[in-house]
Write a protein of this length. Structure first.
Length: 299
């Protein structure tokens, strides 16, 4: 963990000194890749900690977690996203992980002097993250992520280094409550052009006495600097192998505001967790569909 913190400081200094060229396709990371089933600040189902590195921490007795996620809007000109991740808990108690995520827009065509297509326009972003997470105090887990991002808009391609910090307060004495906070794609000194995000969520158990038989209710908020803001309540109910989740999200960008419904189902079987989720479409886009699969190997 100490080495990871040093790497994070170096990355932050490097990020601050990079050229002032903004990286294209930043808006693609406003889509909830891996975070339709769960709020971004708490999302751990694919095992990535993509939005909050502290959420990638494995519990004692867990050794390795693999995860994949796929997101698609299903429209002719829609957004697709894929996520692949792996986390490993060391004997020291620190969880280290790697993830690779990609988002892109399909169906963008280049035209000349007439409406006939003369080729496709590439609009995509690739994000590679190295994470470390560790329980520092009882009920307090902190995490750090060092990220490399490439953005591509037609022939315009740029890269950037970012570093993020996150924390999760978990298993709190009151109703087994959780509180999670994290930055996302933060480059000090580049906040205007690179538009980092701040994600937060909190929930508590309202019914039940164990994690496998409970109903939880919470609230989440995601803010992108000079970009979209979304907030709203969410709930999850689990009964042994089956978990149902839902959220009502109000998103705002400039003077436009829309309310969307997210819903999903997770199935626990042996060491696997399979999830499917849907977000209602808005602003001319089709519904967002997400599939997740994660597996945990124990000691």
């Amino acid at each position: 963990m100490r080495r990871m913190l040093i790497c994070g400081v170096v990355a932050l200094c490097w990020a601050r000194g990079l050229a002032a060229q903004p990286v294209p396709a930043r808006d693609l990371w406003e889509f909830p890749l891996g975070a339709v089933l769960e709020p971004a600040a708490l999302a751990a189902e694919p095992g990535a900690g993509l939005w909050n590195p502290a959420a990638s921490a494995l519990r004692p007795g867990e050794r390795i977690r693999f995860g994949v996620a796929s997101l698609s809007t299903g429209a002719q000109q829609g957004v697709d996203g894929q996520l692949l991740s792996a986390s490993f808990r060391r004997a020291s108690g620190t969880t280290v992980g790697l993830s690779v995520a990609r988002t892109s827009v399909a169906g963008l065509v280049r035209t000349d002097s007439d409406p006939q297509s003369v080729g496709d326009i590439s609009y995509a972003s690739l994000l590679a993250s190295a994470t470390a997470a560790r329980t520092l105090l009882p009920h307090v887990t902190a995490g750090l992520a060092v990220r490399w991002r490439e953005g591509r808009a037609d022939q315009d391609v740029h890269t950037a280094i970012a570093a993020d910090l996150g924390v999760v307060l978990h298993d709190l004495p009151w109703r087994h409550a959780r509180i999670a906070l994290s930055s996302f794609l933060w480059r000090p000194g580049r906040e205007i052009d690179d538009r980092p995000a701040f994600v937060a969520a909190a929930d508590a158990r309202v019914v039940g006495r164990s994690a496998s038989r409970e109903l939880r209710l919470g609230f989440s908020q995601n803010n992108v600097n000079r970009g979209a803001t979304e907030l709203g309540p969410f709930l999850s109910g689990r009964l042994e192998r089956l978990e149902v989740r839902a959220a009502l999200v109000r998103g705002a960008a400039g003077s436009n505001a829309v309310t969307r419904m997210r819903s999903g189902l997770a199935v626990y079987y042996a060491r696997y967790v399979v999830g499917v989720a849907r977000e209602e479409g808005s602003s001319g886009l089709g519904p967002v569909y997400q599939f997740t699969l994660s597996s945990i190997l124990k000691r």
